[in-house]
Design a protein around this ligand. Structure first.
Ligand SMILES: [Zn+2]
Length: 680
């Protein structure tokens, strides 16, 4: 399916050529997720999401113009895990200050780490801090009111544990008791599931205790606003059909969203068939399928409400089951104090917005905050979010496809007044393109801060590697196609001293091969041409090869195939080095300055092309090169992507380069890597 380009308007065949190129929007917003504000960033935030978002934002700035791209993200400040972390640190005396101070400290640490990795955000906001928070409060209010006015919200009453001594509602892990499922010995029963994965209604938990006070909590009814997500099966189905045909949407996205569009089913292990038969007449009408190849049989209900009632009965009778994915009402509000205030609608007052939905529209708030900071009317956010000339690209981890791909897409459709469609017209909120990466594992394990192997903090990795080395390595991992393990040698207990560090492979291509080719050209120009770059037209085969690389690269970027992008660059950089060796040897053997001139013109054309394509991936080294070349920022503009050095010399017959001292590096190694390696 991924290769089905028939319905793609952007290009016609798989063969890239100058008149068969993908098209890009006039304007774009890039988002990089919302890191949670209870700690600093671990390597997965940067290496699994931000580096990709940043590379794409930088590419689009070069490709469609800097002023047409807005790259935003921010700290997700609210919710019970933050309130809990803060409460515990405060209690143990490890933190002194307000909850806002706590979040600000983490936000500032996150912002510094992102800066250290050259993540070029136009705005890194925080949902609870400063001007972006004020704007976010207004946007949240408007967003929910619009859904309400459009009839897209419903009130649902549920039972929740309430600690009368502390005077607060308790969420998931703030309650602990004994699992009510027959025969289960677990002492770790939380509000609605035990640590062995049994699910039950909160009211059936045995001997519940509040973790805050140790008191027995009571059950209280709570009323919350929910988005009517169950009504979006058809519209989301149309949306999935559309994105399946788009070459720039990964099949992981359409497949995962599609899984939630199934009817409400329950899976029961086959050995429990007799138990099921005893109670099946108590359940609402359902159909049973028994696939001999599967360990469970499946019962399918007509409605979600009937399934919910049935699971309550099954839980009551101790029948173990697993519910299948399906659309359920999407909760928008809650009663946690630390949250964005929800609008008072009907009799429901004093609620706050649940942190997940609010983080989905936070990038809109941050776009407004960015425009305001530039002195632009905030209403212009519509040029970016509500225009067919614009595209929003959201870089996320695959675990979040439900929130961004199901809940967000349906809510964005629902903002429209009148008839709701799966492809809202120009002027209405448009549907973003999701770029979902698979998991980045750490030493072959799924990284988790609670697991036995702690994933490294992003900031700590910079004690061993340069930001550019890590950027290049992560981009080359191919996370778009599968989960891949990050294996840094300094952290790997199984690595032998003689083993190569896999993390520096891509970076060394730049710090060894590309550095050498660039330096050689500069020193050659200094030796034979008085520090000037000769100007002229490169050989036809060199021009053709560079053009081909540009076109291939553009198409891979269009499809977010970053690892393929790094392969294109690998070949181009190696070619520049090879051509340098061959031509300079011939020129020196003949001691012929015309041949030397030709050598520089040809190799500088490779360097020009490789640098331009490398600019979004390795901004620091390429910017340093531009400085030594003495060209302006339009050197990076794709308006002149096929032009060579002669174009930027603007009629000069030779071009003065900045003097390059011996052993200067454009692409640097980390100080810890310098011992011995320089001589190789
Ligand atoms: Zn249990």
């Amino acid at each position: 399916m991924e290769n089905d380009n028939k319905n793609n308007n952007n290009y016609k065949s798989n063969k890239p050529s100058k008149d068969n190129r993908p098209s890009f929007p006039k304007r774009a917003v890039i988002t990089g997720g919302m890191p949670y504000g209870n700690k600093q960033l671990h390597f997965g935030h940067v290496g699994g999401v931000f580096v990709f978002a940043d590379t794409y934002a930088r590419f689009l700035r070069d490709r469609i113009g800097k002023d047409n791209v807005i790259f935003v993200s921010g700290t997700d400040c609210y919710g019970s895990p933050i309130a809990e972390s803060y409460r515990k640190l405060k209690e143990s005396g490890e933190f002194d200050g307000t909850i806002e101070d706590f979040v600000r400290k983490n936000h500032e640490s996150q912002e510094k780490t992102l800066r250290d990795y050259d993540i070029s955000l136009d705005l890194f906001g925080a949902s609870a801090l400063d001007e972006p928070a004020k704007i976010h409060n207004v946007v949240s209010d408007k967003f929910i009111r619009r859904l309400y006015e459009n009839g897209q919200l419903e009130k649902i009453t549920t039972s929740q544990f309430y600690d009368e001594k502390a005077g607060v509602f308790l969420n998931g892990r703030q309650v602990i008791g004994k699992c009510p499922v027959l025969g289960c010995q677990s002492e770790k029963g939380y509000a609605d599931e035990c640590d062995l994965g049994h699910q039950y209604m909160p009211s059936s938990l045995i001997d519940p205790k509040s973790t805050l006070t140790g008191e027995t909590p009571v059950m209280r009814d709570v009323v919350n606003w929910y988005f009517r997500l169950t009504e979006y099966t058809k519209l989301l189905g149309e949306y999935v059909d559309r994105i399946k045909k788009m070459p720039n949407v990964r099949s992981l996205v359409s497949k995962t969203i599609g899984e939630f569009l199934e009817p409400p089913v329950v899976h029961i292990k086959k050995e429990l068939r007799e138990d099921y038969e005893k109670i099946k007449d108590l359940l609402a009408h359902h159909t049973l399928t028994d696939d001999p190849k599967k360990p469970s049989f499946t019962i399918c209900f007509d409605t979600l409400d009937e399934r919910d009632a049935a699971t309550e009965i099954m839980a009551h009778h101790g029948l173990r089951f697993r519910t299948g994915k399906t659309l359920v009402p999407f909760r928008l509000t809650g009663n946690i104090e630390w949250g964005v205030k929800a609008p008072d609608l009907e009799d429901e007052k004093g609620l706050t917005v649940w942190v997940w939905p609010e983080s989905l529209w936070a990038p809109i708030s941050f776009t407004c905050a960015y425009l305001k900071s530039k002195g632009i009317d905030m209403e212009h956010y519509k040029d970016y979010w509500c225009s067919k000339d614009s595209q929003v690209y959201q870089f996320i981890g695959s675990d979040n496809i439900y929130f961004y791909g199901v809940a967000e897409m349906a809510m964005f459709m629902a903002l429209k007044k009148g008839e709701i469609t799966s492809d809202p017209e120009d002027g209405e909120m448009q549907l973003p393109i999701l770029v979902a990466n698979n998991h980045i594992l750490f030493l072959d394990k799924k990284a988790s801060s609670s697991g036995s192997i702690k994933p490294p903090m992003a900031a700590d990795l910079l004690n061993y590697y340069t930001a550019e080395q890590l950027r290049m390595h992560w981009l080359g991992l191919g996370l778009g196609t599968r989960s891949v393990s990050f294996q840094p040698k300094p952290y790997n207990p199984d690595a032998k001293p003689e083993d190569n560090d896999p993390v520096v492979k891509e970076g060394f291509l730049l710090s060894n091969v590309f550095n050498r080719a660039i330096r050689s050209c500069f020193y050659y120009a200094q030796k034979y041409f008085d520090g000037k770059m000769p100007v002229g037209t490169p050989d036809a085969d060199v021009i053709a090869e560079c053009e081909k690389a540009i076109l291939e690269y553009e198409r891979y970027m269009y499809k977010f195939e970053f690892h393929q992008v790094t392969y294109v660059l690998d070949s181009l950089v190696r070619k520049s080095s090879k051509v340098w060796s061959k031509l300079s040897r011939e020129a020196d053997a003949a001691d012929d300055n015309e041949l030397r001139k030709k050598t520089l013109i040809n190799v500088f054309h490779y360097i020009r092309t490789a640098a331009l394509l490398l600019h979004p991936l390795a901004p620091e080294g390429t910017e340093m090169l531009r400085e030594y070349l003495g060209f302006g920022e339009d050197f990076w503009s794709w308006d002149h992507v096929f032009e060579g050095m002669d174009y930027f010399c603007k009629g000069e017959s030779e071009h003065q380069l900045k003097f390059l001292e011996p052993r200067v590096d454009f692409f640097k190694k980390h100080p810890s890597q310098l011992a011995g390696s320089e001589e190789n």
